[in-house]
Ligand binder design. Structure first.
Ligand code: FES
Length: 104
């Protein structure tokens, strides 16, 4: 197993409350998507981290988030080795919790 890691700085958003950014270090492997990394975080560090997804194949659009300042899909973007990726919820739909917003 590689010693390479990737870091996600994830905004833990609370409706009407104070948001905070938490950093998570995740083992990196080729092809790791940001959604894969978040699922790893939920399994190994914090099952309370809220994220929505269905297909994991860039089809359902449920994993929308703001990634390094731009809207994108967590399952369609690769994690970057030895780097930090900033991830937060979309700004417009009603926030539910963490990375989950209301679906249009
Ligand atoms: S999980 Fe369906 S588009 Fe990302």
């Amino acid at each position: 197993m590689s010693d390479t890691t990737t870091t996600l700085a994830i905004t833990r958003a609370v409706p009407g409350g104070e948001s905070r950014v938490e950093e998570y270090v995740v083992p990196y492997e080729d092809g790791l998507t940001l959604l894969d990394a978040i699922i790893w975080i939920r399994r190994h560090h914090d099952p309370s981290l809220a994220v929505r997804f269905s297909c994991k194949a860039n089809a359902c659009k449920e994993c929308s988030a703001v990634i390094d300042g731009k809207p994108g899909f967590l399952c369609a973007q690769r994690a970057v080795p030895d780097a930090t990726t900033r991830i937060g919820p979309l700004p417009k739909p009603r926030l539910i919790r963490d990375l989950v917003t209301e679906l249009y």
